[in-house]
Design a protein around this ligand. Sequence first.
Ligand SMILES: [Cu+2]
Length: 138
Amino acid sequence: MNPQTLKRLTTTLIALLLLSLMVLLFLRPYQRIQAARQENALTLQISMGGWDQKVLKTRERETLKVSVVNLDNTMHSDGGGWHNFIIEGQNFEQKIAPMTTGSFTLPALGKGTYTFYCDICCGGKDNPFMRGEIQVEG
Ligand SMILES: [Cu+2]
């Protein structure tokens, strides 16, 4: 191979490498959007009136990202507008400040049905509005 052919080949290879890199960089944000869509996530609302969803569904060994929108303000006499998200028997508690959204990831649970509830206000777990179910399918 003469030096000129080698030089041309090297230039072509470098150009191809740069081109692939550019294509990869261009596609990256789209791949991220795709990943976010596939993520197991849901949004819940809580207020003195209770949870807006009573049944959360997820799959065994999968984590679930939950965002809780707390609609109450600090003027509430019962708990000062705070709520929490507790999973019964799982040693899991997240507090959500008044008028904020709390985001957290639920632990991967085994197949079955788990109770979640808020025990800060309104009678806590004994109040059916403050309680819901996490259904974990196998
Ligand atoms: Cu509450």
